[in-house]
Design a protein around this ligand. Structure first.
Ligand code: MN3
Length: 195
């Protein structure tokens, strides 16, 4: 269950999009992942463990397991009246990795806009350092097949299902609005845990 109402992120992300995204899309990933692993010993593993050795699994586990991990993270790194600029250790780490918060925003937004087709933009901790990357489909930086590996602390869904009802083809407008719903407290918590 979401910890906030479907309309809590309006006007940036509309209620109908949130409802379909959470109750239909994420739900389908969970159902399909459970079906793909039913009766197998891997059923007992955490989703993180599965992602880390994803190359050993068939495509349905990669797509639906990634879908479950990615969306579980996505709901928590957003909140009503979010946004602003992170301070503390995370704020310092962003400045040291990217030069400034503005430079980080430019890189992260570019990762989302230039991802062709469906995928995600990520901020991850990789060998103790923050990196921006993007992945296709439901892949993520935890996966052993990822081009840029790390522990995700912030993820932005750029599948059309994440924005199309309200923004249609204007992905850059959705990305712009996303900055207003980021839950930096949760991103900071994930950053400290990942280091
Ligand atoms: Mn999605």
């Amino acid at each position: 269950k979401l910890t906030y109402a479907f309309n809590a992120l309006e006007p940036h992300i509309d209620a109908r999009t949130m409802e379909i995204h959470h109750d239909k899309h994420h739900n389908a990933y969970v159902t399909n992942l459970n079906a793909a692993l039913a009766g197998k010993p891997e059923e007992k593993l955490s989703i993180e463990e599965i992602c880390k050795s994803i190359s050993k699994y068939p495509m349905p586990v990669r797509n639906n397991g990634g879908g479950h991990y990615n969306h579980s993270l996505f709901w928590t790194i957003m909140k009503p009246a979010g946004g602003g600029e992170p301070g503390g250790e995370l704020g310092d780490a962003i400045k040291s990795a990217f030069g400034s918060f503005a430079d980080f925003k430019t890189q992260f937004a570019a990762a989302g806009t230039t991802r062709f087709g469906s995928g995600w933009a990520w901020l991850s901790v990789s060998s103790g350092k923050l990196v921006v990357s993007s992945t296709p489909n439901q892949d993520n930086p935890l996966m052993d097949i990822a081009e840029v590996k790390g522990t995700p602390v912030l993820g932005m869904d750029v599948w059309e299902h994440a924005y199309y009802l309200h923004y249609q083809n204007r992905r850059p407008d959705y990305i712009n609005a996303f900055w207003n719903v980021i839950n930096w407290d949760e991103v900071s918590r994930r950053f400290k845990a990942a280091k």
